[in-house]
Design a binder for this molecule. Structure first.
Ligand SMILES: Nc1ncnc2c1ncn2[C@@H]1O[C@H](COP(=O)(O)OP(=O)(O)OP(=O)(O)O)[C@@H](O)[C@H]1O
Length: 329
């Protein structure tokens, strides 16, 4: 089908909350979760939808997937109106909420897949072949007979992603898919998603607080703040706009004066310099070069690399806009 996968025009959603205003009185307050969002996503795009807590991401996702009715504006997902055409939409999209499950808690994974294939009315042989492929690619074979409640978080998330893709949706919506996962599980899921996109050409919409997810999976980034899109572009351009920095944390074998490595900024020492933090911009110098610079001066016992926090990205971006154009209200 031609046309955009997502088309949002002046989308708005408010909530009325009742709160205490004295001992007996209560008053209503309107929360503007999504203030005014317009955007288009074309087939095959991979879009990261990021922002601080409470920025309006989940509310947008809920309107896009037909869980919430907009207060104003329009939303079309795969050419459909999500709420009135929810059944047709279910055939076009797959959704994974990192904090919720679409699997049957007490049933073995295998049975959840069977039920979902039946719900989507897939022909038996097609459903079996598709399930086999996904089980294979996501390494779920040995888990098929395990009840979902006994799976680890990483295993369950792989099951959730398989369940969302069984009916070959055109759009996969992932809301915090890697939350709480260890590095290995995150990487495994990301690798699968990269490969699956290359195979199927599906469109991806992803919310996350993990910049690693964005880096690996998304070509386009939308930053939302207080219910509005404040940035729409590539991650490298976002990095240039807010000088996204990473921090290399090194533990040395003994006390050491502050390290001076060209191209980095010393961000502090602890325990007489046993632990030191060096900030750098990945566009200017690589982590390996920073490490080489440190190793030339001191013996490194351990190291970690800190990704920039999305909250910092948004804060920097927003304060930059306020300085440049005045507050956006
Ligand atoms: N059902 C609701 N009733 C009242 N207020 C709500 C409701 N859902 C969301 N909100 C409010 O709307 C705002 C946006 O919430 P939303 O969940 O969309 O943010 P988010 O960007 O997804 O945040 P997070 O990263 O924490 O998940 C918040 O202030 C939230 O408290």
């Amino acid at each position: 089908m031609a046309g955009p996968v997502l088309e949002l025009e002046h989308l708005r959603r408010t909530f009325v909350v009742r709160e205490k205003a004295g001992r007996l009185r209560r008053r209503s307050r309107t929360v503007e979760a999504v203030a005014d969002i317009s955007l288009r996503v074309e087939p095959g795009e991979a879009v990261g939808y990021i922002g601080a807590n409470g920025a309006g991401k989940s509310t947008t996702i809920k309107m896009v997937t037909g869980i919430l009715v907009p207060t104003a504006g329009t939303v079309r997902t795969c050419g459909l109106e999500p709420v009135p055409q929810r059944r047709r939409l279910a055939a076009e999209i797959g959704v994974v909420f990192g904090q919720r499950t679409q699997l049957w808690w007490d049933l073995p994974l295998r049975d959840s897949f069977r039920i979902l294939a039946a719900i989507h009315r897939r022909p038996a042989d097609d459903a079996a072949a598709r399930t086999r492929d996904l089980v294979d690619e996501l390494g779920l074979e040995s888990l098929l007979d395990t009840p979902v409640r006994q799976l680890s978080l990483g295993e369950r998330m792989r099951g959730e992603v398989a369940a969302a893709l069984l009916h070959r949706p055109r759009l996969l919506v992932l809301d915090e898919p890697t939350i709480g996962l260890d590095m290995i599980s995150k990487e495994r899921l990301r690798q699968f998603l990269v490969a699956e996109r290359a195979r199927s050409g599906m469109t991806l919409l992803l919310t996350t607080h993990d910049m690693g997810d964005i880096e690996r999976l998304c070509e386009r980034v939308l930053v939302v703040d207080r219910g509005r899109v404040v940035y729409d572009g590539t991650l490298p351009d976002l990095g240039a706009a807010v000088a996204l920095q990473r921090v290399l944390v090194v533990d040395l074998t003994g006390p050491h004066p502050p390290l001076r490595v060209p191209g980095t900024e010393h961000r502090g020492s602890e325990l007489d310099g046993v632990r030191q933090r060096l900030a750098f911009s990945p566009g200017t110098i690589t982590a390996a070069q920073v490490l080489a610079g440190v190793s030339a001066q001191a013996e490194v016992r351990d190291l970690t690399l800190e990704e920039p926090a999305i909250e910092d990205v948004v804060r920097t971006l927003y304060s930059g806009r306020e300085r440049a154009t005045g507050p956006q209200v």
